[in-house]
Every structure is written in C-alpha cells, then in structure tokens.
Design a protein around this ligand. Structure first.
Ligand code: NAP
Ligand code: MG
Length: 494
C-alpha cells in the first residue's frame, strides 16, 4: 500500500478508547480519560478510559463469575480450540487495521507491524488453540490398591500486564496459553499502547469467547496495574515489563493473596563474536539488524557486542556500511525500517544514555542525535559506540533504544565473565567455527536463551524468558501452560 493510502486510512480511523469489561465497551467508572498520542507526529489518536481500582474490581468480578459458572473453563478442549482458531482467523482478517493501530500507537514501521506483529499474534493464539486438545494428564505409578491422577486445572482469574514495545505479541503470549487452558483473563496494556488490545478483545468476543472471559482495562501502571497486583481475587499475575516494576509485582503478590506471579523482565544481552567466526557478514548483519530492529525497543536486543580484537576493524567497517539503512523514517512508509521511539519520556531516557556514553569516554562512531524534529514525533538516529568498557553505564543498564555498545576482547573466558556480569540474563550469543568452544561458551553463559552462529531464530515452539533479574517462568512453548495451570493430585482407593 502507498504511504498516502496508509496516511489516508489513519486520518479516517475512528478509535474507541473505552475499556472492555464483561463483553461490553464501557467508560471508566470515574469517567476519567487520558489522551492517547502518536509518537509518529504527536497527534492525538483517541481518548482512552483511565481505569482505576473500582474498574479493576468490576473486571475481576466479571472474570470470576465467568470462571465459576464454567462457561469457558467447562467447555471441551476441542471447543475452546475451535473458538480460539476462529479468533486467530479474525486477527488475520483485520491485519491492516491492527497493524495500522499498532504503528500509530507506538511508532514501529508499518512493514513490520503488518508482516511480523499481526502474524505472530495470530500464530501464537492458533498454536495454543491447536495444542489444547492434544495434551494428556498423568497417572502416577502408585501401589495396586490405589489410583492417583495428576491433572492440570486452570488457575482461575489471570491478570496480564504487558509493555508497549510489542503490544499485541506480548499480550498474545499471555492470552494464548491462559485462555486455551480455560482461565478468565484481565489484560492491562501499557498506557502508551492500549489500542490493539482493545480491538483484540472485541474480536475475541466475535469469535465466540464468552463475555467476561477476556477483559481489557487500559489505564496507568500505578493505578489499574497496581490494583491488579494487590487484588485479593486475582489468582495469577503474568507480567512483562521492566525489572523495577517486576520486583514490585512480586511484592504485591506477597502483600496480598500470594497470587502466582510470573515476570518477563529486561535484558542487556551479550553477543560474542570470536575471531574464528564462520561467517563475518552474517554476524554483522545479525548484530546490527537485531539491535536496531523495533528502534532498539526489544528486551532481547543484543545491546552489548563483544568482538575479538583481530577482527574488530573488519567487523566495524562492515557494520558502518549498514548504518544508513536504519535512518529513521516515516513509520507509515513501507520502505521505513526504523520508526519512532514510543514517547517523549523514552526518548529522553535514550538521549540521556547517549550523553552518558559520550561523558564516560566511549567513542561515538555513528548517530547520537535526534532526527526528524520537524515531524513533531520522537526519532533517534541509530547509534554506535566503540571502545566501551564493561564498567560504563551504557554497558550495564538496559537502554531500550537504538544504541549499540562495542567492547573488544582478547580472552574468551574474560569476555564470558563480563557478559555474565550484569543483573540480567535474558539472551546471549556466541559466534565461532569451533563447535566445542561454542558448546562450552553456551553452557557458561547465564541466560535463558543462547544463540550460536545466529541471533534471529524465533519460534512459538521454544520457551522465552530469563535467568537472574530478567525474570522467572517462561512464555511461549508448552512450558507456558505451567504458569496458567495448577497441578492437582486425586487419590482414589481401589
Ligand atoms: P514497565 O514500565 O515496567 O511497564 C510494564 C507494564 O507495567 C505497563 O503496562 C505499565 O503500565 C505497568 N506498570 C507500571 N507500573 C506499575 C505498577 N506499579 N504496578 C503494576 N503495573 C505497573 O516497562 P515498559 O517500559 O513498559 O517496558 C519495557 C520493559 O519491558 C523493558 O525492560 C523490557 O526489557 C521489558 N520486556 C521484557 C520482555 C520479556 O519477555 N522478558 C518482553 C518485552 C519487554 P503503564 O505503562 O501504563 O504505566
Ligand atoms: Mg501510544
């Protein structure tokens, strides 16, 4: 579609920012709203319901009632499958609309929201739908005079709190397994990106998911989010976001009803390229492509690049040739590969880290400035620092923007030690032609996912989550069902 067509479509959108509770669009009980602004040009997209504790009570009550009368939990797995597959189909039928909402709301290029985010969202829902009538429970090997059944039951009312970097995909990673397992769900999207979640709830209802089973509450973290965290009738909270708020989620669970609390948090992933890397072009392409994808706003972005000294110059020469491709452009232009930063706050955070990099003595090789200032939106040049030291703030803290830190190493053991020396442990990578070295390094890296000689592989079939302060539990794959089910033992006397 042409850029003009996308802009025309954007101009003619009418967006409903009301919450979605018990199958209906409703205003916040207080009547309060907040402005939903586009980072593309600062335009106001909609007024969105500012849900607070009273709205949380209403949504949780609707979810609880739906769970108790078993309108969804009691449906045969094959029936839940049928309805969730229809939900996935409807998502694909609304591909352009959902992609446009996502791009307008959080600034990512339309080419990706359309070709990556919407398909990944529907694929996640579809995959859990297809899984749910193929999973068997267990019978324990107990003595002859008894029968012990080990079964999975839905945990009950699940609250999901998700961030703004992949609003639909992060929501789908919760919606898919939570609903397939028979739970009721209250989803709180980020205040920065509430629009697609609200549309997903409407499509779910249209697909046949009963009212009350899937509710969406837009609002602020400190209001709606905190009320969910502290709620006495939420059985499980599945959180994706920062490590700072993740710690609060665990505390809130402890302060309230000890709800099961799962956290998918930040990262500062290390990408280690050894001198015997089998394909330097592929390594450069993966390193640069992965850090600047989604404006650097990816939890698993390889933001620390460790390059072995003998190949560093060659690596950087190739990397610099790629940089112009990532110059920020109009997110509604299908040629654009880097869009807008989500809002002014995040822009200031990123610019603060760039300033810190300069002050601490790293060498700014590319970028470092804001771009497209005339648009009224928030754009940052792809930024590359060389001669970074592990003690620098830009090598320790998650920037969540298009900033790459390059560190040079001469000893692999020392590189691994530094790679592990942050609070995070989400992902890591090693590039070498020596398989034994690759396996030893992969074992030594303290991260939930380690990539060998690639960085981009991704599939719904594999678990995703972190070690250390990158969180607990795993999204994606059959392991995600662990979050949303209780294990029950039933002893029967024979
Ligand atoms: P964030 O500030 O922690 O916010 C995440 C969500 O929590 C938002 O919906 C936010 O609502 C809500 N929230 C904020 N304060 C809260 C509180 N006191 N109680 C309950 N909820 C609260 O994180 P973010 O800036 O949106 O997202 C970026 C972070 O997410 C990065 O650290 C990134 O690495 C991480 N992330 C991790 C994964 C993973 O799978 N490991 C995936 C994607 C992103 P409001 O926005 O409305 O305030
Ligand atoms: Mg927004």
């Amino acid at each position: 579609m042409s850029t003009t067509t996308w802009h025309d479509r954007a101009a003619s959108l009418s967006i409903d920012g009301r919450a979605f509770i018990d199958g209906k669009r409703v205003d916040a009980l207080s009547g309060k709203r907040f402005d939903c602004l586009s980072p593309i040009d600062g335009r106001k997209l909609a007024e969105v319901a500012r849900c607070e504790a009273a709205d949380v009570d209403a949504a949780v009550a609707a979810a609880r009632a739906a769970f108790e009368d078993r309108r969804w939990a009691g449906a045969a797995p094959a029936e839940r499958k049928r309805i969730l597959i229809r939900f996935a189909d409807l998502i694909m039928q609304h591909q352009d609309e959902l992609a446009l909402l996502e791009t307008l709301d959080m600034g990512k290029p339309i080419r990706y929201s359309r070709a990556v985010d919407v398909p990944a969202t529907q694929n996640c829902i579809r995959w859990y739908a297809e899984a749910v009538d193929k999973i068997y429970d267990q019978v324990a090997p107990t003595p002859d005079n008894s029968l012990a059944l080990i079964t999975r039951e839905p945990v009950g009312v699940v609250a999901a709190i998700v961030p703004w970097n992949y609003p639909m995909i992060m929501a789908a990673w919760k919606i898919g397994p939570a609903l397939a397992a028979g739970n009721s769900l209250v989803l709180k999207p980020s205040e920065k990106s509430p629009l697609t979640a609200l549309r997903l709830a409407e499509l779910a209802l249209e697909a046949g998911i009963p009212a009350g089973v899937f509710n969406v509450l837009p609002g602020y973290g400190a209001e709606a989010g905190q009320a969910l965290g502290l709620h006495m009738d939420v059985d499980c909270i599945a959180f994706t976001g920062s490590t700072r708020v993740g710690k609060q989620i665990l505390q809130m669970a402890g302060q309230s009803n000890l709800k099961r609390a799962w956290t998918e948090l930040g990262g500062k992933s290390a990408n280690i390229v050894c001198a015997d890397c089998p394909d330097l072009d592929a390594a450069v392409k993966a390193a640069i492509g992965s850090i600047y994808f989604n404006q650097g706003e990816s939890c698993n972005a390889p933001s620390r690049l460790f390059v072995e000294a003998p190949i560093k110059d060659a690596f950087l020469e190739k990397a610099m040739k790629m940089m112009p491709r990532f110059a920020p452009g109009d997110p509604l232009d299908e040629k654009t590969v880097m869009g807008a930063i989500v809002d002014a706050t995040q822009l200031n955070t990123v610019m603060g880290y760039i300033e810190s990099g300069k002050q601490s003595g790293a060498t700014l090789l590319h970028g470092g400035a804001q771009a497209r200032l005339d648009t009224g939106g928030f754009y940052v040049e792809p930024t590359l620092f060389d001669n970074v030291d592990s003690s620098m703030k830009i090598a320790q803290e998650e920037i969540f923007g298009p900033v790459l830190s390059v560190l040079t190493f001469t000893d692999l053991d020392e590189a691994v030690r530094q790679a592990n020396a942050t609070q995070y442990g989400l992902q890591a990578a090693v590039w070498t032609a020596d398989m034994s070295k690759a396996i030893r390094t992969a074992r030594a890296l303290r991260a939930g996912t380690v990539h060998v000689n690639q960085y981009d592989n991704d599939d719904i079939t594999v678990p995703f989550g972190g070690y250390k302060q990158s969180g607990n539990g795993r999204d994606k794959s059959l392991h995600a069902f662990d979050k949303y089910t209780e294990l029950k033992t039933t002893w029967i006397q024979v």
